[in-house]
Design a protein around this ligand. Structure first.
Ligand SMILES: Cc1ncc(COP(=O)(O)O)c(C=O)c1O
Length: 374
């Protein structure tokens, strides 16, 4: 937040800052969704709906996951939430009690451990090693399970590393969870952002076999460039969905009504848009990675998914610039490039760079980094 605040201050003074800190797509929301939301407003869809969201959207979400992954969920096992963030928070409140443990790979998105702690749970971190491209192994996760484990929370593709949990590891973890009566929570917010032609191994594909174990959280934010609409969703066992719905009824009530009507229209042309978007992101990723890895002292595995690179930069730390926050400040002050310190994700040797920005800004940023660090 400190770096973002300083970047904003510089911009207000008319200084050109290359912003690599954004956690959101630079694309516009789908015009079909915008038109449907406007029409919903005009038609008077401006009142409360059922707490869990309009049936049309819950059905569309369930059908989409059934067609792409063979997922078994029906509309009554879907709850539409105020972003995936609310889904994850409500889920933590529903499942986690004082003393429960939740296993979470690290580096991790900053919000995940905070939500678990707010629910009274304890986070058990499993380090995803840089040498393995930040991929976690099932054995490392299983090793950390105890009688207090309530859930394993996997964010794949990962924010901030871009790592994807391999299909075999995912299956092994789900099997182990099922055997122990532990939930597997899959935060698949970046599900559609996978590169090099990868078929994404979604936990949704295992839900038919392990219906009491798998809980899926997803979002309209990144895939459809709809961050401001605040629409996410959760699917899972009916008991879990009912518990989450009770909490939602006291927290937010339904997600915004006309936004939900807009989102129903997203599915009309989603596949074509996702393909176009992915081509663009793949080109950006390749451009950024080539530039970063050509800078001496920067070590960055190629992210398999999401839209972040998470280079190790600690060999460039110096006296007076020790740690990712000081390093991010240096890049901003001297290079006019905004990145997010890795400390925010539990990895102080790294910084996070978002490639959700135009290629020319990626080129310009790499040039500026070279000038500061070269
Ligand atoms: C890993 C991860 N999960 C969930 C979210 C929440 O997304 P939203 O609340 O916009 O749906 C984010 C947003 O940055 C994220 O990075």
């Amino acid at each position: 937040m400190a770096v973002a605040g300083r970047a904003e201050e510089l911009r207000r003074r008319g200084i050109d800052v290359v912003d690599w800190s954004a956690g959101e797509p630079d694309f516009s929301s789908p015009s079909t969704a915008v038109a449907a939301a406007i029409s919903a407003l005009e038609q008077g869809h401006t009142r409360y709906t059922q707490n869990t969201g309009i049936l049309e959207l819950r059905t569309a979400i369930a059908d989409d996951l059934a067609s792409r992954y063979g997922a078994p969920w029906s509309a009554k096992q879907v709850i539409v939430t105020v972003g995936a963030k609310a889904a994850l928070f409500e889920l933590a409140l529903a499942l986690v009690s004082e003393g429960d443990e939740v296993i979470l790979p690290s580096p991790h998105w900053v919000t995940l451990p905070a939500q678990i702690a707010l629910a009274g749970g304890e986070v058990v971190e499993v380090v995803a090693p840089l040498a393995a491209g930040f991929r976690i192994s099932a054995e490392h996760v299983i090793e950390r399970m105890s009688a207090r484990t309530r859930a394993v929370l996997l964010n794949s593709p990962s924010n901030p590393t871009g790592a994807v949990v391999a299909k075999a590891d995912l299956r092994r973890i789900v099997e182990e969870c099922a055997g122990r009566g532990v939930y597997l929570i899959a935060d698949e917010t970046y599900e559609r952002f996978v590169y090099d032609g990868m078929a994404f191994p979604s936990a949704a594909a295992l839900a038919g076999e392990f219906p009491e174990t798998v809980i899926l959280v997803g979002s309209f934010s990144k895939t459809h460039a709809m961050t401001g609409w605040r629409l996410g969703y959760l699917l899972g066992p009916e008991t879990v969905v009912r518990a989450v719905a009770k909490i939602q009824s006291h927290a937010t009530s339904n997600a915004t009504t006309f936004a939900m009507w807009g989102a129903v229209a997203v599915f009309d042309d989603a596949e074509q848009r996702v393909v176009e978007m992915l081509d663009e992101y793949q080109a950006r990723r390749d451009l950024l990675l080539e530039g970063l890895n050509a800078i001496a002292g920067v070590e960055c595995p190629v992210p398999e998914g999401a839209f972040y690179a998470f280079p190790k930069v600690s060999s460039l730390y110096r006296d007076g610039c020790n740690g990712s926050t000081a390093f991010a400040e240096l890049l901003l002050e001297k290079g006019r490039v905004a990145v997010v310190p890795g400390a925010a994700f539990g990895a102080d040797e790294h910084v996070r760079i978002s490639f959700a920005c135009a290629s020319e800004r990626l080129r310009e940023g790499v040039e500026r980094l070279r000038a500061v660090l070269g």
